[in-house]
Ligand binder design. Structure first.
Ligand SMILES: Cc1cc2nc3c(=O)[nH]c(=O)nc-3n(C[C@H](O)[C@H](O)[C@H](O)COP(=O)(O)OP(=O)(O)OC[C@H]3O[C@@H](n4cnc5c(N)ncnc54)[C@H](O)[C@@H]3O)c2cc1C
Length: 358
């Protein structure tokens, strides 16, 4: 690792990706400016990082054929315990909320899809535990009797992204980064010897032609009320007649997500809420007794091949964007990859994410 004392770095975007880069680059001696209009005091948080479910879930997000996506996610999950511990040491905030994912299915076709994913994971040297209907209900007794079977992935983690995001911004500031609450209209407005573009789904506005597009995701936050059955102790991810839904236990309640539609609009629709609740209820019949505390839509920064874009766009600009459905998971490996680029190298684990592939 080189020391960069006095060299100036501008980071555009203070979501989980930009805030993490700003924090750890400042720790390496860069003189950092972190720019984002959402840094203004009292600004409503509309970024994907605030909307997210907080799952660190490369195994349950795995899909046959997406080998590089899986390997990158697994590389990031390995880094998360140290990354989270370092953040806790510097800020006092422990962002981890849970361990282990239970993947469940309700009909024959859903079971077939789970089996296909389990078989594919096995070819990658990982054997998720296959559970019968009875074993699934032993893991989470409040699950519906209509759940027919599942897989257990004990290694996956979850974090509270709404604790993570402010903690990262505070850590960046404490490490010496200057926080600027403003919106850039052009990358040329950036000072700095180097620039990291981490503007999420808006990144192409600053780098036209960058292959990143938004996919809207609606997500709910529920609060447990007195007398409601106990919360699941695992993340529960379900396939309900082909539709995905997840329940992430969180601090007296749970997060229920998420819809997926192409486009820029960030309104929460009645249909989106209805589908999420209906699918969640198919897994957890007691869900109707919870308080509906929050509903939000965020924009996932998608790329054409579901891999992010991490690497050089020019001598001065490094991309850290396009993290799609997994940006919270990928934060830990992205920071290492960006710091390696700023050092003049490339992180082997993140080679597949080089934007030069487009
Ligand atoms: C509903 C939903 C659920 C999700 N669940 C998960 C999950 O469980 N696990 C997981 O790993 N991932 C999840 N994701 C994906 C994850 O949230 C994203 O991949 C990740 O947050 C992307 O982080 P980011 O920092 O790149 O983008 P953002 O959080 O969107 O941050 C980008 C920032 O750039 C700023 N910006 C934009 N333009 C400019 C400009 N011109 N000048 C200055 N600043 C600018 C914005 O204001 C914003 O704050 C989910 C996403 C959604 C929508």
């Amino acid at each position: 690792m080189r020391v960069h004392t006095g060299k100036r770095l501008t980071v555009v975007g203070a979501g989980v990706i930009g805030a993490s880069v700003a924090w750890l680059a400042a720790r390496e001696g860069w003189q950092v400016e972190l720019i984002d209009p959402l840094l203004a005091e009292g600004a409503e948080q509309t970024g994907a990082s605030w909307a997210a479910g907080g799952m660190l879930a490369p195994f349950s997000e795995a899909w046959p054929g997406e080998d590089d996506v899986f390997e990158l996610g697994a590389a990031s999950l390995r880094r998360w315990p140290d990354f989270g511990a370092r953040l806790r040491d510097e800020t006092g905030v422990d962002v981890f909320t849970g361990t282990g994912t239970l993947l469940v299915a309700v009909d024959g076709a859903d079971i077939e899809r789970l089996t296909m994913v389990a078989d594919w994971l096995t070819t990658h040297g990982y054997r998720p535990q296959r559970l019968t209907r009875t074993q699934v209900r032993e893991e989470v007794p409040s699950l519906s009797r209509s759940v027919r079977g599942g897989l257990l992935v004990p290694e996956e983690l979850s974090v509270d992204n709404r604790a993570l995001l402010p903690a990262l911004r505070r850590a960046a500031e404490a490490a010496g980064a200057r926080l600027s609450a403003r919106e850039l209209t052009s990358i040329d407005e950036c000072g700095g010897d180097q620039v990291v573009l981490a503007a999420g789904s808006d990144s192409p506005r600053l780098w036209p032609g960058l292959p990143v597009h938004p996919a809207k995701g609606e997500i709910l936050r529920l609060r447990r009320r007195p007398g409601t059955p106990p919360l699941p102790t695992r993340i529960v991810r379900g396939l309900v007649h082909g539709r995905h839904v997840y329940l992430v236990p969180r601090d007296g309640g749970m997060v229920v997500g998420a819809t997926q539609h192409e486009g820029h609009d960030q309104q929460v629709t009645v249909g989106g809420v209805r589908d999420l609740i209906a699918d969640a209820e198919a897994l957890l019949p007691s869900i109707g007794e919870y308080q509906l505390a929050d509903a939000m839509a965020g924009l996932r920064p998608m790329s054409p091949d579901n891999l992010p874009l991490i690497g050089r766009l020019s001598d001065r600009v490094v991309a850290a964007t396009g993290h799609g459905r997994n940006g919270v998971l990928l934060t830990a490996v992205t920071v290492d990859a960006v710091l390696a680029e700023l050092d003049g190298g490339q992180l082997a684990d993140a080679k597949a994410a080089d934007p030069g592939r487009f």
